[in-house]
Write a protein that binds this ligand. Structure first.
Ligand code: HEC
Length: 180
């Protein structure tokens, strides 16, 4: 059975990679399509694109595109329980840690990167850069990290010190991290 499955998987992979014109499968992406996904944002903000937004702008984006799953105030959806984005500050050391953008994420630029890349879950890649800046501003302001009218752009995002910035420690095991 295992062999059969492997053969099927191998055949499927071969078909995927071949992209043969014979079958008319696939096409070369346009430079614009590559540029749209070729974004890597580092924790220090390197790679953040141009654009800006405020929490006030982000309120509407959030209500339309995010609240359905994350709750109107970022408290998390109902069933099935979706990621809460707000709250949980000071809970990480308790028996009931609540990991959210406010309590857990160490860097703001990577929140931007994640939202830009992966959200909304059912339609990732459909937000403009300004919408991502503003909806991230809204999430940060719901967490009390920035003010509602503060303009968030690449520089401002990189300057934010997230509450849990110093909560991560290097792995102390001697055999970990040597290859990096
Ligand atoms: C269809 C449901 C859905 C929608 C709509 C949606 N999300 Fe999510 N979101 C999720 C789920 C599920 C996860 C957890 C994904 C995982 O852990 O792999 C998540 C995770 C996240 C996280 C990471 C949370 C954490 O602490 O790990 C952020 C930030 C986020 N979403 C922001 C947004 C924003 C901003 C929008 C609107 C633009 C949005 N989401 C729309 C379902 C959704």
């Amino acid at each position: 059975m295992w062999l059969v499955r492997s053969a099927v998987v191998a055949a499927t992979c071969a078909a995927l990679f071949a992209q043969s014109p014979k079958y008319g499968v696939g096409r070369t992406p346009t430079p614009e399509e590559i540029a749209a996904t070729d974004i890597s944002v580092l924790p220090d903000g390197t790679g953040l694109p141009e654009g800006h937004g405020t929490a006030a702008d982000g309120r509407e984006v959030y209500a339309r595109r995010c609240a359905r799953c994350h709750g109107p105030k970022g408290e998390g959806g109902d069933e099935p329980k979706q990621s809460p984005l707000v709250g949980g500050r000071g809970s990480l050391k308790t028996p009931k840690p609540l990991k959210t953008v406010g309590s857990y994420w160490p860097y703001a630029p990577t929140v931007w990167d994640y939202v830009n890349r992966a959200m909304p879950l059912d339609r990732p890649g459909t937000l403009t850069h300004n919408q991502v800046y503003s909806v991230v501003a809204f999430i940060l302001s719901m967490n009390g990290i920035i003010e509602e009218h503060e303009v968030l752009d690449a520089k401002a995002l990189a300057r934010i010190k997230m509450p849990n910035r110093d909560g991560f420690v290097p792995d102390a095991r001697p055999d970990v991290g040597k290859k990096r």
